[in-house]
Design a protein around this ligand. Structure first.
Ligand SMILES: *[C@@H]1O[C@H](CO)[C@@H](O)[C@H](O)[C@H]1NC(C)=O
Ligand SMILES: *[C@@H]1O[C@H](CO)[C@@H](O)[C@H](O)[C@H]1NC(C)=O
Ligand SMILES: *[C@@H]1O[C@H](CO)[C@@H](O)[C@H](O)[C@H]1NC(C)=O
Ligand SMILES: *[C@@H]1O[C@H](CO)[C@@H](O)[C@H](O)[C@H]1NC(C)=O
Ligand SMILES: *[C@@H]1O[C@H](CO)[C@@H](O)[C@H](O)[C@H]1NC(C)=O
Ligand SMILES: *[C@@H]1O[C@H](CO)[C@@H](O)[C@H](O)[C@H]1NC(C)=O
Ligand SMILES: *[C@@H]1O[C@H](CO)[C@@H](O)[C@H](O)[C@H]1NC(C)=O
Ligand SMILES: *[C@@H]1O[C@H](CO)[C@@H](O)[C@H](O)[C@H]1NC(C)=O
Ligand SMILES: *[C@@H]1O[C@H](CO)[C@@H](O)[C@H](O)[C@H]1NC(C)=O
Ligand SMILES: *[C@@H]1O[C@H](CO)[C@@H](O)[C@H](O)[C@H]1NC(C)=O
Ligand SMILES: *[C@@H]1O[C@H](CO)[C@@H](O)[C@H](O)[C@H]1NC(C)=O
Length: 839
């Protein structure tokens, strides 16, 4: 292109630009020369928003404002000269000589100014497509001022509301005075970071509504927010005292925002294009009990009660007459002094104070936060602080909240919410009821013990008879170096003597398996092939089917696992654990004999497109529950504490009635009574089921089994292998996929279509929720197996919100390794991969 043509092109573009400006089209910027004069306006680049002058309903005043360009009702989302209206249409919005954005009236008086020191006279203001008006220098793109930093009554999806706990500086929404008067009203809204951050609506300086503390995931005073992501609200701690409120998942195709109305309500509005009107999606405060401090100190509000206010147990109205007349503002006072107060005042030392549990509460205002790992430590923290600590609440995954002084703004919810424990004098606690409970539980315990003793003795008698002909297998006799790996079987195993196991003769087994004919092979166990055997003659009743696991002679590796399994499983008896019937040790041959499971293993059902149809949701839930019971027995109820370490679908066997039985204890590890966690240099297990701390650092505990269980649970619901996701478009694992859908509120997409009937959805979604809790990155966040059982059975109504699971982002390095390690992904599930970690 020669020089002449270049300049003429530029000139043409300039002319075009000016031409466009003349007609007010496609210009989104104000400069000192390109100002807007009522009734002109400018439009953002994507035609989403307009900046111009408008009059509110029933008013002739003119205001400079931003509104949606594409909807039929002029809805201002930001107003400039709120307190200085124009009374005619002479208004001008321009850049002043000091570089500020200003609104001038006909007399060139400044009605409003962005009022920042710019140090330049050539700045420009640009209207963005998200509704933000940005004042910046023409040279550099730095913004000097933004309308988002000075919001009106509307919170836009891309906005950030900040508050600094050190400087006390806050960005607040400020309501209009009325619908026809945009001047700054008495209502404001924003976050208060002085304690645990939460969102408030204030009338002047008086709070009129609050969300309850932000627990890092949700506002715990809005129970609706626990299960449904309320548009992905988030409060981020910037680390310098600044907290930032933002909204996560704004659907670009919908026109919506959040409004703080002049009546003191904050809500989400959606533009309904077909109706041509705005409608509220939700709005707070919702009922009378949401009104801040409705029932005064120590009063609790329940919208279902009449009257709605009542004093907490152990408290009485401060002024009974007023209270009974419905004036609750004075609140309630404690009826009986706390013991700690009495002792401080030199009074009699009585019984210690106790705590009363109040369920489903909006926790009071003015909480203090302590990091704490259990409800018990939270309680102790409260007791350790002197008398001034009068209540605590432990929120799983968040920690401990304490209260001193008074309890203000309590509400009782009809649904799941936090549990609040209030401190009361012993005499206020319902001891009679407790005693009754104690009596009942004592009776139950004594009864159970008596039954257990009876059962034990009758079992002993039967057992003795059965074993009269059996040969004993002791570790010395067979001479295996089973204690060679210190990490595998530690000292405490010494206390565990090998138990007597019925012995089968090799001859019988060879005959029954047709010399271990592959036709009889059932599958591959942890250390060798498994055969189905029909015993025709032998120690067992004729015709009984058994399964034989044979230590494969080709690899020397299985020996430890073999002996480990003998040791572990011979100690265990539970309907959800596979039962060992005996063993066979002759010459080179080592075999274990189990009860035969006609329905093979869970993976044979779940991951088979035809057979999975046989497993309806009821069956799957029964299986999940059974696995849980088996695990609970391993972790808690058996005499030994056992970590399975290799829980996976192929290790869950199914009997005739599809009852699950956990099998393969080759990796299992016995824990001492006071041990909670152990390390191993030898990480054994199966990729996809291993918890991060185990896979990467070799640390394992009950919680690593819980992790594997979580994966198993999600596999059972989705009908897909964790590993089946490798190489998909987004490179997410099952966990990542589940997490993504959870965040999108689209759990239904995870569910195996074969079981996804609406009537089961509630239960299935609950299981997904529990599954996600089990696969959380940090072991401490995962529930213990007994909690999992309560959660599955809905005994625990309010599930905590799960944190992001492990391995949920793009495939981790470890996963990649596993794929290289074994190029056949379909076999990963069957073969136990042993990996020597590099430590
Ligand atoms: C506007 O004024 C009319 C007549 O006074 C009244 O009926 C209407 O409710 C007003 N609108 C609003 C939004 O206040
Ligand atoms: C404006 O609204 C119409 C329908 O009301 C829609 O089809 C169109 O895409 C919208 N334009 C923009 C830029 O949002
Ligand atoms: C409009 O306001 C100006 C001052 O801002 C005042 O001088 C003028 O009289 C007002 N006009 C009317 C019609 O109220
Ligand atoms: C501009 O800001 C200064 C302090 O930053 C304040 O004193 C002044 O009143 C403001 N002026 C207007 C018109 O808001
Ligand atoms: C901006 O200021 C410079 C010097 O301070 C002056 O030369 C220039 O004319 C001014 N521009 C405008 C648009 O006022
Ligand atoms: C705090 O940090 C954030 C982000 O790092 C920053 O935007 C903000 O200006 C900081 N605030 C203060 C008061 O330092
Ligand atoms: C956004 O909303 C539209 C209209 O309701 C819906 O079809 C679409 O799926 C939504 N997108 C997302 C990501 O939720
Ligand atoms: C705010 O407080 C004022 C004065 O106390 C009262 O008149 C007004 O009704 C209150 N507004 C709301 C929305 O509560
Ligand atoms: C309620 O009681 C307080 C304090 O005694 C009093 O100031 C207030 O006026 C009373 N409110 C009503 C509605 O009676
Ligand atoms: C209780 O401890 C707090 C500080 O932890 C202290 O401020 C308060 O005075 C103490 N109260 C009593 C009654 O000792
Ligand atoms: C309750 O306690 C908070 C903080 O300790 C205090 O600001 C508030 O005034 C108290 N309210 C009453 C009614 O005592």
């Amino acid at each position: 292109m020669d020089h002449g043509r270049f300049t003429s092109t530029i000139a043409f573009l300039l002319i075009l630009y000016c031409f466009c400006w003349e007609f007010g089209a496609s210009v989104d910027t104000i400069t000192s020369s390109q100002y807007i004069k009522d009734p002109e306006d400018i439009v953002s680049a994507g035609n989403k928003f307009k900046l111009g002058f408008f009059s509110p309903v029933n008013s002739t005043n003119r205001y400079a404002a931003i509104w949606y360009s594409n909807i039929s009702i002029t809805t201002p989302v930001w107003v400039a000269n709120r307190n200085m209206p124009l009374n005619d249409s002479s208004g001008i919005m321009t850049i002043s000589e000091d570089g500020n954005l200003v609104v001038l009236n006909g007399q060139k008086e400044i009605l409003w100014s962005s009022n920042v020191s710019t140090g330049m006279n050539d700045s420009r203001a640009q209207l963005m497509d998200d509704g933000n008006l940005v004042l910046g220098g023409s040279e550099n793109g730095n913004s000097l001022w933004q309308s988002f930093q000075e919001p009106s009554d509307t919170y836009m999806p891309k906005m950030r509301l900040t508050a600094n706990s050190r400087t006390g500086k806050k960005t607040l929404l400020k309501s209009w005075t009325s619908v026809s008067d945009p001047s700054i009203g008495s209502i404001s809204g924003g976050i208060d970071p002085s304690r645990i951050p939460q969102f408030y609506i204030w009338n002047g300086s008086r709070p009129i509504w609050r969300t309850g503390p932000w627990n890092g995931q949700v506002f715990i005073g809005i129970p609706e927010m626990v299960s449904v992501y309320l548009d992905g609200f988030n409060i981020a701690d910037e680390g310098n005292g600044t907290f930032t409120l933002s909204v996560g998942f704004a659907n670009e195709s919908l026109i919506s925002n959040y409004i703080l109305s002049s009546e003191g309500k904050f809500g989400k509005v959606l533009w309904d294009d077909t109706e041509g009107s705005w409608r509220y999606e939700w709005k707070f405060p919702k009922d009378e009990c949401d009104v801040y401090g409705k029932c005064g100190s120590f009063g609790s509000c329940n919208p279902k009660d009449s009257p709605i206010c009542s004093c907490l147990k152990g408290f009485e109205p401060k002024n009974a007459d007023e209270w009974n007349n419905g004036n609750w503002t004075n609140g309630c006072v404690r009826r009986r002094e706390l013991q700690c107060e009495r002792t401080q005042n030199g009074g009699q030392v009585g019984k210690e104070d106790g705590f009363l549990k109040l369920e489903r509460m909006k926790v009071p205002d003015f909480s203090e936060w302590l990091s704490s790992t259990s409800e018990h430590t939270c309680k102790n923290e409260c007791l350790n602080i002197n008398c001034s600590c009068i209540a605590y609440s432990y929120y799983p995954g968040f920690g401990c909240m304490l209260w001193r002084g008074n309890l203000t703004d309590l509400k009782k919810f009809p649904i799941k919410a936090a549990d609040l424990y209030i401190r009361l004098a012993d005499s206020e606690l319902d001891n009679k009821k407790i005693n009754l409970k104690v009596i009942i539980s004592l009776t139950v315990v004594v009864g159970a013990i008596a039954i257990a003793i009876c059962v034990f003795y009758s079992w002993r008698r039967i057992d003795r008879k059965r074993k009269s002909k059996k040969v004993f297998l002791s570790k010395r006799k067979v001479g295996y170096p089973i204690l060679s790996d210190e990490n595998m079987i530690q000292d405490n195993l010494n206390h565990v003597k090998l138990q007597e196991l019925p012995l089968f003769s090799l001859q019988t087994l060879i005959a029954a398996t047709d010399n271990f004919n592959t036709a009889n092979k059932l599958g591959q166990g942890g250390f060798g092939p498994v055969y189905k055997v029909e015993i025709l003659q032998g120690n067992l009743s004729d015709g009984q089917e058994i399964a034989v696991k044979r230590l494969s002679r080709s690899s020397g590796q299985g020996l430890e696992e073999f002996m480990n399994e003998v040791v572990v499983i011979s100690k265990l008896q539970h309907r959800n654990l596979v039962r060992i019937l005996g063993c066979c040790v002759e010459g080179e041959e080592k075999m274990l004999i189990y009860e035969y499971m006609p329905n093979k293993s869970l993976d044979a059902f779940l991951f088979d497109s035809l057979r999975k149809q046989l497993l309806d949701w009821k069956n799957r839930f029964k299986i999940v529950e059974g696995i849980c019971r088996g695990l609970l027995y391993l972790h808690r109820d058996s005499r030994l504490r056992i970590i399975h370490r290799d829980l996976k679908a192929s290790n869950i066997l199914l009997d005739q009635e599809l009852n699950p039985k956990i099998s393969d204890f080759g990796m299992a590890r016995i824990f001492g009574n006071h041990e909670d966690q152990a390390n191993t240099r030898r990480v054994v297990g199966t990729y996809g089921y291993m918890s991060p701390e185990y896979a990467m650092e070799g640390r394992f505990s009950e919680k690593s089994d819980v992790f594997s269980f979580g994966v198993l649970l999600l596999e059972t619901i989705s009908g897909r292998k964790n590993t089946s996701f490798y190489g998909n478009e987004e490179d997410l694992s099952l966990l990542g996929y589940a997490w993504k859908l959870w965040n999108e509120g689209n759990i239904a997409a995870l569910v195996d279509p074969g079981i996804s009937y609406p009537s089961f959805h509630e239960e299935i979604f609950r299981c997904v929720h529990v599954g996600l809790l089990c696969v959380q990155e940090f072991a401490k966040d995962r529930p213990a197996i007994f909690t999992v059982i309560s959660m599955l059975n809905s005994e625990i109504a309010d599930l905590p919100t799960p944190k992001q699971p492990a391995f949920s982002e793009r495939r981790s390095e470890l996963d990649t390794k596993s794929l290289q390690h074994d190029q056949r992904p379909e076999s990963i599930n069957n073969v136990t991969v042993t990996l020597l970690s590099g430590r």
